[in-house]
Ligand binder design. Structure first.
Ligand SMILES: [Zn+2]
Ligand SMILES: [Zn+2]
Length: 334
């Protein structure tokens, strides 16, 4: 087996597929871009040609308006990028439309995970493990301390807080793309069918999910709602709105936040969160290492987060690995 892989190059602003002149999730505008998913640190506007799943393209249009020449790709469909490189998108289980990218060139197979998780998520297609020579994996929660609890336990905490505090609004900070819809869908799975109230910044993305077949149940806008209607209600807002003036319209809000970072006490304190919910759309430590074992690549390239610990784990387990220095990826709110 050759271990050259000179056709794919980690550059500071993204992964560059040289023979095809295509960038993956570039941090700047480029002529041709392949986008793994709609989060702002991966999907930027201004590219000449944008290739992605159709939900990701819809999310980008929602955010940036025009996305230039758009090419919608379907999971499992192998397409020629040019220069002898083929690409196939595979589900990443991260958010609606999220994809891993399988690249094939001269018999060499490289998988770029983008952001991913292995847990079940009713709002998106589940992760598919694909055999490859090089696995380029994210490592947002790449420390052994990060082990996410089952989401059912966190949703139960949220519902218990609501039962215990009937006069208060339960205000949940959640990233507007992915996390919010997953929390809503999991509340429905847990048998909660009352209206869920939304901050204005959540409404369009929830509608986009529903247009793509993800049922979210009754949703209401907080704007214009009488204060009394929000007693005992569950309200979702972006994390930045948890403590701003906006939240004063709610009756004695109990602030919760849904994020993998809620494992870290200091972050809970910084945000003034009463009810931390450890809910993440990223692989935790066990999912990261399990994925490397399962895919069993000849090389693992680690990016996007806490590279050092995962690098050390690979070395300890006689696996060839390197850390990539890519810039511009930030998942503070996920
Ligand atoms: Zn993401
Ligand atoms: Zn990311």
């Amino acid at each position: 087996m050759t271990t050259d892989f000179a056709w794919i190059r980690p550059e500071p602003s993204g992964l560059y597929i040289r023979p095809a002149d295509v960038w993956i999730d570039p941090a700047r505008a480029v002529p041709r871009a392949l986008i793994t998913h709609g989060h702002a640190d991966h999907a930027r506007g201004g590219h000449g040609v944008t290739m992605a799943t159709s939900p990701t393209l819809a999310i980008m249009r929602e955010r940036y308006g025009d996305v230039g020449e758009a090419r919608a790709l379907v999971y499992g469909e192998r397409v020629a990028l040019g220069g002898g490189v083929d690409a196939t998108l595979l589900p990443a289980g991260h958010v609606l439309g999220s994809a891993q990218i399988l690249l094939e060139c001269g018999g060499e197979r490289v998988v770029v995970t983008g952001d991913f998780k292995r847990r079940a998520d009713p709002t998106c297609a589940p992760f598919v493990a694909a055999a490859c020579d090089v696995l380029i994996t994210e490592a947002t929660f790449g420390l052994p301390v990060f082990r996410h609890p089952p989401i059912g336990e966190e949703i139960a905490k949220l519902l218990a807080a609501r039962e215990a505090e009937p006069g208060r609004a339960i205000l949940v900070g959640a990233y507007a793309l992915g996390k919010a819809q997953r929390v809503i869908a999991e509340l429905r799975t847990a048998g909660y069918h009352d209206p869920i109230w939304l901050h204005g910044a959540m409404e369009r993305m929830c509608r986009l999910y529903e247009e793509h077949g993800v049922a979210l149940g009754p949703l209401r806008s907080v704007a214009g709602a009488p204060k009394g209607a929000l007693e005992g209600a569950i309200v979702l807002c972006p994390p930045s709105a948890l403590t701003d003036r906006w939240s004063r319209r709610l009756p004695d809000p109990l602030t919760a936040m849904a994020s993998g970072w809620m494992r870290v006490r200091q972050r809970v304190r910084q945000r003034g969160v009463e009810l931390p919910l450890v809910i993440s759309d990223h692989a935790d430590w066990d999912e990261l290492t399990q994925t490397i074992v399962e895919v069993d690549p000849a090389q693992t390239w680690i990016t996007h987060g806490r590279e050092e610990a995962l690098l050390r784990w690979c070395t300890l387990h006689q696996r060839s690995a390197r850390a990539l220095a890519l810039v511009g990826y930030e998942d503070e709110a996920e």
